[in-house]
Design a protein around this ligand. Sequence first.
Ligand code: ZN
Length: 500
Amino acid sequence: MTNGGGNQIIAAQDAPFHTLLRQTIFTMPSTLIKVFTLIILLPICSVAGTNNIDLIISADYIVTMDDDSTVIEDGAIAINEGEIVAIGGKTKIQRRFRAKEEINGRNRVLMPGLINGHTHAAMTLFRGIADDLPLMEWLTKYIFPAEIRFVDENFVRTGTQLACLEMIKGGTTTFVDMYFHPEETAKVVEECGMRAIIGAAVIEQESGYSKDFSDAMARAESFISQWQGKNSRITPAIAAHAAYTIGPDNLKLIRKRANTLGVPVAIHLAESKAELKLVKKLYGNTSIHHLESIDFFNGPTIGAHVVWPSDSEIPILVKHQVAVIHNPTSNMKIASGFAPIPAMLAAGVPVGLGTDGAASNNDLDMWEEIRLAALIHKGNLLDPLVMPAATVLNIATRGGAEAVGLGELAGALTVGRRADLIQISLDAPHLVPLYDIISHLVYAVDAQDVQTVIVDGRVLMRDRKVLSLDEQAVIKNALIMASEINGEIRSGNSPGHSPE
Ligand SMILES: [Zn+2]
């Protein structure tokens, strides 16, 4: 790992041509050199003129998350048509390219955008609606009834806009969503410029969105046919709620249809002891064994939480490369427990990081998840060596992108990947002094330090001003909707009073 001190500058692109040119000139008679130089330089100048690109962004440190964990000091990234076309020393990049737009990087860090591997974006509108409860009580007495009562297209649109605003402001560039009315989520993502895997929620019980399982499946398939291949930033998926809310035959059907359609499946997995007890009672097995026994893992699977895998279940996750998304805040808040992330990483399970929905977090701040992921396992295992900063940064970026199947597009800053990156200010007092940039990114940086956010080459936020969403309008709409929800709760129709 090359941290703050490391400085492997990538700028090899011109070397072979220059070497060839030098060798050719040295073997020529001197009279010919001037003529040759003129002939060769004219086309080079015109070629240099064609190196017009969209954007150059620079920084004191570029944390690339490439194969060698390279950190480039005083570097820049050249971006054209949404793609990273060069990365290296700032002077070299500025000499080589002419950009329509330049973003300076004095006292700034550039790194890949954060990957929020598990959330329910629209649930921002339920932020703080019911706190300090165990999972099953929280879910059945508060969340499910509130969803039946309030969740419609307008709710999902407004809540997802609020979520995207919050995520962009905190440096998240990609999220994996599981919710109802996924068409609305997709429309918001299309407009606001983020990247997302959008899972259409499938559940057996009535949800306010779907009457029953077949209705939910029909809606999911219609969403997938509408959005698959439509926008390169949007990957439709099926979101199966959990092994305890969907029976084995229907889970088998979800896997079969997902494989036929070529989409991943996201699921809440082995989240709480209560879940294990329920699944054991229903099917005589723990969640992961149960799902393997019905071939559910026979295709790309994103498993949220995985707090309680048994020792014999971790190899199953490795075998099927099930992505495990760690949600430390949600797991602590609902007291689900400590997911054995260090053991799963050591075994080779693909691990990412997520916030879960705002109703169980209560924000979508990935920096908080980064810090908790670095801290809670040390405390739980009484071992300060577990989950070192570099490991945690990896699961929040490259590891997370790879886990959810977006590794070739995002998660690292390398030539050929899409330009999904964030620029962080080092100006705030809590970031002074600086000895190790990786340490700062994990233990000290806050969401408010994120200055600029770029996804697919488009600048979504610059100097903390979000350009792709109208911040004031989004907040105003969320407040209007929240006052309607609050009015119903106060009038005695509180979700907490539901007979469920
Ligand atoms: Zn969740």
